[in-house]
Design a protein around this ligand. Structure first.
Ligand SMILES: [Zn+2]
Length: 390
């Protein structure tokens, strides 16, 4: 799943005047020990059937029925699935997208709204960087892109080493010479892999790096990484290029990435809350975060997982307000109430590339109303924009 695809989902709007609905379906598989049961597939079918019933009761149009029937087919075949699944559909606009996702979606659920429901997806994506995983040994390297659980090989580099000296039965001098030659070849290989990582980074192909290699090779390879590639390195795991499977690469990289995201989110939210207290580049609480979103100041948003708050949105100008006012303060038109403010916040964050962190039980964030933001600048305090280092 690419950022462009997510942005497309965040921009989608069903035409309510034509009674259209944007359908979002999330399937959460059962834990492995329960997978032999048909429970999760049956539960998924029930969720869809229930939606079909209520759509019928509300007199929704035929397009929605077609979408629901198609999702029902899909749900019926999910028995024993180990991966999560998301479907976004609106056949009235010829829209159908289906994704396999990591099985961390919370629960199986279907949403019928004017926009796609992206909260489970946003919670999963969190602040996922464009991640490169490089698996390296002295003569081979394989370079992968990892987006969510989707691991794709972007290229391989191979410089087969000369046969080592012992296989020729050389005498001492020649054996030493051959060994030095092999060491030199390995060094050149490491250098060219490091160079490839640097140029790919400069071309914007990746933002963060995880390296898989044997412990014995790591010091030499690390020494050849360009300083700003090294700054982007978030961790390493031990692996053998010749035998490691894609599945294993994904399994090794996932915890390294999760740990990094959690540490980074916790540190950044602490910063944001400090900055909110000193009234500088942080804000806390829904009202202040919504204001900052409208003035374009927000760089990063932090949500506690349990965040939920009502708000209103103006369908005409898009103004968001934490006060449940009937008329928009910006344009005077009638507002629409949102059961959950994050339904409006998340698509905005995705469209504008605002980093989004979901945190589990962060006490400081809890006290601040479960939502806070880090700002690029303060429009009420500065004449120009002061960039903030990430
Ligand atoms: Zn308005």
């Amino acid at each position: 799943m690419t950022r462009d695809e997510i942005r497309e989902l965040a921009s989608f709007q069903a035409d309510e005047s034509k009674r259209q609905s944007a359908l979002s379906f999330y399937f959460q598989p059962a834990p492995p020990q329960d997978r032999s049961h048909r429970h999760e597939a049956i539960a998924a079918k029930d969720v869809v059937k229930q939606a079909l019933k209520s759509a019928g009761a509300q007199g929704k149009n035929g397009h929605l029925h077609a979408d629901l029937d198609r999702v029902l087919d899909l749900a019926t075949n999910l028995r024993g699935a180990s991966r999560g699944r998301a479907v976004f559909a609106c056949s009235a606009q010829n829209f159908w997208k289906e994704y396999e996702l990591p099985p961390r979606l919370g629960e199986t659920h279907i949403y019928l709204q004017s926009q796609f429901q992206l909260k489970p997806l946003a919670a999963l994506l969190g602040a996922q960087p464009a991640l490169c995983v490089a698996v390296v040994d002295r003569q081979r390297a394989r370079v992968f892109d990892l987006r969510l659980d989707d691991l794709r090989e972007r290229g391989a580099i191979v410089h087969m080493l000369s046969r080592n000296a012992s296989s020729y039965g050389y005498n001492g001098y020649e054996a030493g010479h051959a060994e030095r030659r092999v060491a030199e070849e390995a060094l050149q290989h490491f250098k060219s892999v490091a160079e490839r990582l640097r140029t790919d980074f400069e071309r914007g192909i990746w933002e963060r790096l995880i390296v898989g290699c044997q412990d014995a090779n790591w010091p030499e390879f690390e020494a050849n990484l360009h300083p700003y590639v090294k700054q982007r390195l978030i961790g390493r795991f031990s692996a053998d290029v010749a035998s490691v499977s894609n599945e294993e690469i994904r399994d090794h990289a996932a915890p390294v990435l999760d740990r990094w995201i959690t540490e980074r989110g916790t540190k950044k939210v602490d910063d944001a809350l400090d900055l909110a207290r000193s009234n500088t580049r942080g804000v806390a609480g829904l009202r202040r975060v919504l204001q900052a979103l409208e003035t374009g100041e927000v760089q990063t948003i932090f949500l506690n997982e349990k965040f939920s708050a009502r708000a209103v949105q103006c369908p005409h100008c898009g103004h968001l307000d934490a006060h449940l006012i009937a008329a928009c303060v910006a344009c005077g038109r009638a507002t629409r109430e949102l059961a959950d403010a994050s339904d409006a916040i998340i698509p905005i964050a995705i469209r504008r590339d605002i980093e989004l962190f979901y945190l589990k039980d962060h006490e400081g964030l809890d006290r601040a109303g479960n939502i806070a933001a880090l700002l690029r600048f303060r429009s009420d305090q500065t004449t120009g924009q002061i960039p903030v280092a990430s």
